[in-house]
Design a protein around this ligand. Structure first.
Ligand code: GRF
Length: 224
């Protein structure tokens, strides 16, 4: 399916209004917020929403002067009990684009439909390898020689959706999981802001599974 009008939709916004959803530490949120503060994200982060009132991401948001919200998440661990207050909070703030950054709950049809091709996620593996929880550990235990991180559009399947950007990381001989995890986060913090900026400022289309940028070098894999 070609969706040419959608790339126009993002690019025609003078400065897309962005919300980030995070459940925990928020280091990826911080990388995005720092890029925004430097005028280098291609849009403005207007809110950080968390399902976890203890999330350190909330504190990071306050430090950046970004509104930090905790809409009710409900009693289920892996999904929001009611997405309506979340969607209402995003509507009230006229959010155009939503970025998931360590958000630990699945989103469902109404949310996905409202932000179709406006909802991005970062995952710490080279998808489609190692979707789901503990992706860094999965790859480490598997003994892969190369892993990496992926920024992708979110669809109604776990860690699926057209790939926007990936960064490869070579795993050192006998490298400890802790060190690989640290290097993965460094790679993520570079990749996510870059990928968001490109997504928001360059023309693109979706053709089947593939998100295609119109500019040169669109499908290169960078090495961290
Ligand atoms: C990151 O590794 C991200 O890829 C995954 O969850 C982790 C979140 O880390 N989805 P942080 O909260 O951004 O520090």
């Amino acid at each position: 399916m070609k969706c040419a009008k959608l790339d126009c939709g993002v690019r025609s916004m003078p400065s897309p209004r962005i919300a980030v959803l995070a459940s925990g530490n928020g280091s990826n949120f911080e990388a995005l917020a720092a890029a925004h503060a430097a005028g280098d994200l291609g849009g403005s982060i207007v809110a950080l929403l968390s399902d976890n009132p203890q999330a350190y991401a909330l504190e990071r948001a306050r430090r950046f002067g970004i509104e930090a919200l905790t809409p009710p998440a409900g009693r289920f661990r892996t999904k929001l009990e009611d997405e309506a207050p979340w969607l209402a909070a995003l509507e009230e703030r006229e959010v155009d684009v939503v970025l998931l950054a360590g958000f630990m709950r699945r989103l469902h049809a109404p949310f996905l439909a409202r932000f179709a091709q406006r909802l991005l996620n970062i995952h710490p593996s080279l998808l489609p390898s190692f979707p789901g929880l503990d992706a860094i550990g999965q790859a480490h235990r598997h003994g892969v020689r190369v892993t990496g991180c992926t920024v992708h559009l979110v669809e109604d399947a776990l860690d699926a959706g057209p790939i926007i950007a990936q960064r490869a990381i070579e795993v050192g001989e006998g490298e400890a999981l802790e060190r690989l995890t640290h290097r993965m986060h460094e790679a993520e913090h570079a990749l996510y802001p870059d990928a968001v900026k490109r997504f928001l400022t360059q023309p693109w289309t979706v053709d089947g599974r593939r998100l295609l940028f119109a500019d040169a070098g669109a499908n290169e894999v960078s090495h961290g």
